[in-house]
Design a protein around this ligand. Sequence first.
Ligand code: URA
Length: 216
Amino acid sequence: MKQDPRFPNLFITDHPLIQHKLSHMRSKDTSTRTFRDLLKEITLLMGYEITRDLPLTTRTIETPLMTIDAPVIAGRKLAIVPILRAGIGMSDGLLDLVPSARVGHIGVFRDPETHQPVEYLVRLPDTIERTFILCDPMVATGNSAVHAVDVLKKRGVTDDQIIFLALVAAPEGIEVFQKAHPGVKIYCASLDSHLNDHAYIVPGLGDAGDRIFGTK
Ligand code: URA
């Protein structure tokens, strides 16, 4: 896991497999099907990293040979919350990893003029003693990411209950995010160079939603 001195709560998963798969995703010649498959594979690998600190407890089970106190995940239950629509490309991978997780949805789109998030849907499981993994492949301006965390915090979810999982981030977006929510950990596979005039991440991979769903 790599860190950038500018952003104390940003963690960059620099595993070679993740970097290799991300490079394929960036290519404009990669098909929709392959793009989607790679995103799911990367999310599984990142999910493995970000769930590393989940607390364990023990449960008594009987093996064919004896009774043991076997380790099982303890405490807080998990909720996976994709930010629609591109976040869905990541929540599928996370659900394969933790099939019993609850799934919420936060629907925001980016106003093409102002680049500000406009909310159109919020559906969440109960928030008591739950860890929330918010996912959105692209943190560009950071506005949607900040908004999604605001939505959770308004419902009483605390910083330490939230993990933000992204694929590619722009420094401008991470700055906005860390100013608004300095206590929330954010993970990505790459911190890219910058945003262009249309708030696209450079070099990036284009519009993640369009590439996942094959739309234009
Ligand atoms: N959203 C995307 O899908 N891509 C970008 O580069 C920026 C925002």
